[in-house]
Design a protein around this ligand. Structure first.
Ligand SMILES: NS(=O)(=O)c1c(F)c(F)c(S(=O)(=O)CCO)c(N[C@H]2CCc3ccccc32)c1F
Ligand SMILES: [Zn+2]
Length: 263
């Protein structure tokens, strides 16, 4: 994939030229606002199996040029979805040091500071994430909205490694920890809709679960996220800061977002 960019001449408006699904249906992210929300009493709490990964295991954290992503353990999976979904990786989306409004999903038109995505694939029907990623029931992504507050020691278990993945293709090992610590309070309260990958190839293959409550990280932690990484390789004479790596919200017509909570 050529250098994926969000802004400028090769920005997200040009994606459909090379990646037709990006101009298609069921695109993510979207804005959650009152008149498209509908309470659904069947939306039960998700179960997170194997999320407590011992520190003797290690996760690989890497900079892939447009996000920072951490590969997860195949022993991690979610239950209580239509199928069992196995964890693949997590990654983040953020803004920049002058504008900490880099979430992908918005609520009543409001951006949060950043957003964490935990990508899972349907391991009941597909052998791996590559086989699953272009299937309608292929992926399930958990989204956690991040906002400024007290220092967050759980997020720090990932953030403290950012200085070792500053440049594209750099990698570092992160000791295992309980990934459930990254989830907000009341994970039983969430938005649910069928959408897509928010980067090319934008396959409409994602069952989105966006938690209602944001998680707090400190101003310093957010600044580290916004300033640590580059899209370019360490020897590139023209370094490009990795900032504003969020897609704008997409049209969402004649569809509903189901909520597990009563407003
Ligand atoms: N916001 S999102 O959840 O839609 C989403 C991304 F925004 C994103 F950038 C990526 S990425 O290309 O792999 C880079 C960071 O993982 C993926 N990775 C997916 C897409 C392609 C692929 C292949 C194997 C494993 C994961 C993914 C992704 F699902
Ligand atoms: Zn994402």
């Amino acid at each position: 994939m050529s250098l994926l960019t969000y802004a400028g001449p090769d920005g997200e408006k040009t994606w459909p030229k090379k990646y037709p699904f990006c101009g298609g249906v069921f695109q993510s992210p979207i804005d959650f606002h009152r008149d498209i929300l509908q309470y659904d009493s069947n939306l039960s709490p998700l179960e997170f199996i194997g999320y407590n990964v011992p520190s003797t295991n290690q996760f690989t954290l890497t900079n892939n040029g447009h996000s920072v992503k951490m590969y997860l353990s195949p022993t991690m999976h979610i239950r209580n979805l239509p199928f069992e979904y196995t964890a693949s990786q997590l990654h983040l989306h953020w803004g920049n040091r002058n504008k900490s409004e880099g979430s992908e999903h918005t609520v009543s038109g409001k951006h949060f500071a950043a957003e964490l995505h935990i990508v899972h694939y349907n391991s009941e029907k597909y052998p791996d994430v590559t086989a699953a990623m272009d299937k309608a029931d292929g992926l399930a992504v958990l989204a956690i909205l991040l906002e400024i507050g007290p220092f967050n020691p759980s997020y720090e278990k990932i953030f403290r490694h950012f200085q070792n993945v500053k440049y594209k293709d750099q990698m570092v090992q992160v000791p295992g920890f309980n990934i459930q610590e990254l989830l907000p309070d009341r994970p039983d309260e969430y938005y649910r809709y069928e959408g897509s990958l928010t980067t090319p190839p934008c396959y409409p293959s994602v069952l989105w679960t966006v938690f209602r409550h944001p998680v707090k990280i400190s101003q310093e932690q957010l600044l580290a996220l916004e300033t640590a990484m580059y899209c370019t390789e360490s020897d590139d004479p023209e370094p490009l800061e990795m900032v504003d790596n969020f897609r704008n919200v997409q049209e969402f017509r004649e569809r509903l977002v189901f909520i597990s909570f009563r407003e």
